[in-house]
Write a protein that binds this ligand. Sequence first.
Ligand code: PEP
Length: 249
Amino acid sequence: MARKFFVGGNFKMNGTTQAIKVIVDDLNNAQLDGSTEVIIAPPAIHLCNVLNTVKPPVQVAAQNAYFKNSGAFTGEISPEQIKDAGVPWVILGHSERRSLFGDTEEVVADKVKASLAAGLKVIACVGETLEEREAGVTNDVVQKQLGAIAKVINESDWNNIVVAYEPVWAIGTGKVATKEQAQEVHHDLRKWLSSTVSPAVGDATRIIYGGSVNAKNCGDLGAAADIDGFLVGGASLKPEFIEIARTKK
Ligand code: PEP
């Protein structure tokens, strides 16, 4: 099945109003024809502004959501609030959330479940540390992370999930996975989805790669059979993000 190429830009906690306006203006002036799905995820404080200024086909994502829809949870934003604001996507399970903010596999799964229930589409991130890769347990780690999510959602929910494979050792380090390393994990994740959820879900789910993607390496990585796009951090703040979004041109 043909899976639509997907390129997401995760701004993380970066960007002033003016800096983000420059990025949005550049994207609005770029030749993006909608053949690739392009999503940008600005910090929460800029979400509504970006939503009101960015033009199709570019869409917007939140970088996180809590697993409750309202209440005494100071500092959090809820899936219902994100949906109500008109933001269609949310990134969940990013390694920075897992390692710095205590998002356990169960918390990530609860957030995914609550976000899907609120009508959001989810970019669900998984990835191994360098120690785990060197110990030869990459597949165990990423399949366990995805398994925690699979346990709490239904087969039809997978229509609204993009899986981002982001090796922790490649995020923000300039040390990109080789095409072969990434393809191997993507292929094994797809096989795992096929056998654990269903062959249809394995076939249709987009599995994107994240970790030091830039304009120079996106063509090579994007040519791998099971790499359906990218989640881009640092380079999403630069003009080269447009080149990455046009990988399939
Ligand atoms: C990310 O934050 O999801 C990411 C992949 O970052 P970078 O592209 O900077 O490695």
